[in-house]
Every structure is written in structure tokens, then in C-alpha cells.
Write a protein that binds this ligand. Structure first.
Ligand code: NAD
Length: 293
């Protein structure tokens, strides 16, 4: 069994990007610039945004953090989005989700200029991805692809099962794994809460991507020997022995599944760090005008 070390891999990619940014600056170009909009006090969102800004600093990007109270109106938030769309000094930006209930997330996502949508959530980018056109790929699926590529895991012709059909992970990774590209060319089953006999699918799978948000859902009896496991889940479970009173666990019962797997991502330290790195990579692509020219 080999651990897919997202922490190590993302460190390598961050170093590569930092090198490229140095070269950009040396040749007289300005540094790529990412802006992040954070609304409210959600603790997980604060951690995610902090990590994103920190990663910008590590690679030498400029970054702008716009923090707003949770009582901001939808109109005010849309105004910020429009300003960021127009601001030529900003290459890409994200509005951290979830947003407070009184704000329509879809409306905000749609207001982001697809050219600056480095989260890849806008339907224009999603549609371009689905058609195999240049697009900003959503960060978590993009991170998974890079992981498969860098660890030289063969995907072509494999049976892949994706558990969970969210717009940000399950659905896009199922499209990306089945597209005519490398990594890709897999036969993909997208399973969800209405799937009958889920185990019959997982038992056949060569590669399983789990994105459910259910702690330790995938157990050893559900997988075959040699399976590749990508665990996207990040769940807080109570643990009185842990310093903070909780620990993080994935959607996979790690210890027992690891014994049967050929490759497996840990949680934390697997897909999570790759997600942040992919956002940075998308911002670099935006600065270089690689997607839309
Ligand atoms: P979500 O919470 O939006 O949706 C969950 C999906 O699971 C749904 O499609 C649902 O149909 C499916 N599902 C629920 N119960 C099921 C069952 N019993 N059997 C089969 N399918 C079932 O999903 P999400 O936003 O992709 O998040 C999933 C997990 O991934 C969460 O733990 C989240 O925190 C984590 N996440 C991690 C990263 C990262 O960077 N590592 C990024 C995004 C999400």
C-alpha cells in the first residue's frame, strides 16, 4: 500500500509555481493576484480562506482578502463581485461558500466573470470542462487529477466509482475521469443516495473517489484488493482525547481499507492540500491568460 501524500505533493507544486512567479517578476511582469471574499464567521470557511491567502504568500502572489459581516446584503455582495470583475489588477477571485442564508449563492456564482472564476464554479467553466474545452477546473477535482498524474496511476480503461454527486466534487470528477484525456478514459459510475446496492459497484472498482461527508462510510468489505482510494471527505468527529475535542476523519475507514488498497489518500494530508494548490494553479493560469487567451 502506498500513501498518496497530498501534503508533500502540494509542497512540490507550490515550489514549482513560486519558481515560475520569480521568473515572471524577473521579466518585468507583475505577480498574479488572487482576491478572496469571506462573508461571516463560519470557522471552517475562515480556515480555508486563511490557507488560501497563506499559499498565495508562499508562491509570491499578491492577495486581497475582503471580509464582510454576515449581515451584508445580497446587493452589497454583488457590487463587490462586479468591482472585482472590473478590477484589472485582480487575475482571479473566489467568494467562499457557504454564504449566509439570505444570500442566493447561485446568483453570486453567476455574477462572477467566468474569466476570473478560478474556483471553476460558474456554469460557463463547468460547461467548457464537460465539453473538453479549456476551462478553470474546480479545485478539488483538479487536485485529484494532478495527484493521479504525478503518482503515475493508470486511469485509462479502469473502472472508477465516484460516491457523491455534488457540483463541486462528485459530478465534475466523474466527468473528468471519463473524458478523452490523460488522466481520463475511465469507465465511470456516479453513485449517490438513491443508488441501489452501492456495494456491488464499489466491489468492482479499480479506483474509488469518495465525496459524501459521512465519516468512515467506505469499509474494507466494500472494496477489492488493489483498489486506489481517493478520500475527499473532511469530517469532524468528537474525540475527548484530542486537544480540540474533535478529530478529522475522512469518508473512508482508513485503517482497514488501507490494508486492501494499492494507493490511498490520508485525511488530513491527502486531497485537502491539493485543493488549495489547485486554486493557486488556476490563478497562475488566469494571470498567464492560458484559459481564455
Ligand atoms: P455534498 O455534501 O454536497 O453532497 C454529498 C453527496 O453524498 C450527495 O451527492 C449525496 O447524494 C451523497 N450521499 C449522501 N448519503 C449517501 C449515501 N448513504 N450513499 C450514497 N451517496 C450518499 O458533497 P461535497 O460538497 O462534495 O462534500 C463531501 C465531503 O467532502 C464533505 O466531507 C466535505 O467537507 C468534503 N470536501 C472536501 C474537500 C477537500 O478539499 N478535501 C473539498 C470539498 C468537499
Amino acid at each position: 500500500m502506498k500513501i498518496l501524500d497530498g501534503k508533500l505533493l502540494s509542497k512540490q507544486i507550490i515550489e514549482e509555481i513560486a519558481q515560475e512567479v520569480q521568473e515572471m517578476k524577473a521579466s518585468g511582469q507583475r505577480a498574479p493576484h488572487l482576491a478572496a471574499v469571506l462573508v461571516g464567521e463560519d470557522p471552517a470557511s475562515q480556515v480555508y480562506v486563511r490557507n488560501k491567502v497563506r499559499s498565495c504568500e508562499k508562491v509570491g502572489f499578491d492577495s486581497t482578502l475582503i471580509r464582510k459581516d454576515s449581515n451584508i446584503t445580497e446587493e452589497e455582495l454583488l457590487k463587490i463581485v462586479h468591482e472585482l470583475n472590473e478590477n484589472e489588477a485582480i487575475d482571479g477571485f473566489i467568494v467562499q461558500l457557504p454564504l449566509p442564508k439570505h444570500i442566493d449563492e447561485e446568483k453570486v456564482t453567476l455574477a462572477i466573470d467566468p474569466h476570473k472564476d478560478v474556483d471553476g464554479f460558474h456554469p460557463v467553466n463547468f460547461g467548457r470542462m464537460a465539453q473538453g474545452l479549456p476551462a478553470y477546473l474546480p479545485a478539488t477535482p483538479f487536485g485529484i487529477l494532478q495527484m493521479l498524474e504525478r503518482y503515475d496511476i493508470e486511469v485509462t480503461g479502469k473502472e472508477c466509482v465516484v460516491l457523491g454527486r455534488s457540483n463541486i466534487v462528485g459530478t465534475p470528477i466523474s466527468i473528468l475521469l471519463s473524458r478523452k484525456a490523460r488522466p481520463g478514459n475511465a469507465t465511470v459510475a456516479l453513485c449517490h443516495s438513491r443508488t441501489k446496492d452501492l456495494k456491488s459497484h464499489t466491489l468492482r472498482a479499480d479506483i474509488i473517489v469518495v465525496a459524501l461527508g459521512i465519516p468512515e462510510f467506505l469499509t474494507a468489505d466494500m472494496v477489492k484488493e488493489g483498489v486506489v482510494i481517493i478520500d475527499v471527505g473532511i469530517n469532524r468527529v468528537d474525540d475527548p482525547n484530542a486537544k480540540r475535542g474533535y478529530r478529522l476523519t475522512g469518508d473512508v475507514k482508513y485503517d482497514e481499507v488501507a490494508e486492501k488498497a494499492s494507493f490511498i489518500t490520508p485525511v488530513p494530508g491527502g486531497v485537502g492540500p491539493m485543493t488549495v494548490t489547485s486554486l493557486i494553479k488556476n490563478t497562475l493560469r488566469a494571470a498567464k491568460k492560458e484559459v481564455y487567451g
